[in-house]
Design a protein. Structure first.
Length: 304
């Protein structure tokens, strides 16, 4: 007669009250063992889940510097400047209603500062602001700021070493402009401008950016090396940023168009403040010494 193999019991059936009773445990001891076993099993399950999650995530590559895991390129560093009093005449669209044009902003083929010359490669104007940016929070911020236009211009240096993009945003007023450049200190981590020409410059390496409120406008400067490498002491990013900001000349012209040419007060040169007043000119009739025309000399008497 063939001896049947005893089927092994599943783990859940091994630690029943009857099984524990065979070991001579009391009812209280049996309950403690079963309770502890349940807790240990729960902890083991959680640990296993964490282990699996780590194994799955270990293949992810952290986002490169200058990019975001949320879906777009962004600068590695950002700085902000509020509007200056010189832009007070264009503090809102009511005073400066004419829309931006590509010609006034990017009409020149090149811009220059110091030894850096940037050549204009492409321009684009969006009526509305959603198409030019990525990041839900930034889209919402632009909507609340009354953004109606974003004009973008893309530049490369003459030797191909550097890339630069300038974006001009048309907002409702200076309050919205100042607020945007300030809030971008945190917003840029999850939303930024889209590169105008990703095929030529995706801005995926190290880049720097700055936001400048100017009346009801905001200018966003985005610069970097074309190869995406970190800047070296030989890379003059300050001059690079100044070069692309030549675009802002258009806003100074708008200030003049609204407020007119400022009057110029000529200050006296040093020493002129103490100069003696000129002597009054002669008058036809007057009193006092020296008044009137000088007397003619008396005729010389004729000798007898």
């Amino acid at each position: 007669m063939t001896k049947r193999k005893r089927r092994s019991q599943p783990p859940s059936e091994r630690w029943t009250s009857d099984t524990l009773a065979e070991f001579g445990l009391s009812v209280l001891q049996q309950r403690l063992v079963i309770g502890i076993g349940s807790v240990v099993a729960g902890i083991a399950f959680v640990v296993a889940l964490i282990f699996v999650a780590n194994m799955i995530g270990s293949g992810d590559v952290p986002p490169a510097q200058g990019s975001s895991s949320l879906g777009g390129a962004r600068p590695g560093d950002y700085r902000a400047w509020s509007s200056l009093k010189q832009f007070a005449p264009i503090a809102n669209r009511k005073a400066d209603a004419a829309p931006l044009t590509l010609k006034e902003l990017f009409g020149g083929r090149a811009v220059q500062a110091g030894k850096i010359t940037l050549k204009r490669v492409g321009v684009h104007l969006d009526s509305g602001c959603r198409q030019s940016v990525w990041g839900a929070d930034l889209v919402q911020e632009l909507s609340e700021a009354g953004c109606t236009q974003i004009a973008r211009g893309f530049y490369t240096s003459a030797d191909g070493t550097y890339i630069a993009q300038y974006a001009m945003l048309n907002l409702a007023d200076v309050t919205a402009a100042d607020g945007l450049v300030e809030r971008l200190k945190s917003l840029y981590l999850g939303g930024w401008m889209l590169p105008l020409d990703p095929a030529k410059a995706g801005f995926t390496g190290y880049t720097e950016a700055s936001g400048h409120a100017m009346g009801h406008y905001v200018g966003l400067v985005w610069i970097g090396r074309a190869d995406g490498a970190d800047p070296t002491p030989q890379d003059d990013f300050v001059t690079l940023g100044l070069a692309v900001r030549d675009v802002e000349r258009a806003l100074y012209k708008r200030v003049v168009a609204v407020a007119g040419v400022p009057s110029i007060t000529v200050k006296p040169s040093p020493g002129e403040e103490t100069a003696q007043p000129a002597e009054p000119g002669p008058t036809e009739s007057g009193t006092g010494e020296g008044a009137g025309s000088p007397a003619s000399p008396s005729p010389t008497p004729v000798g007898q």
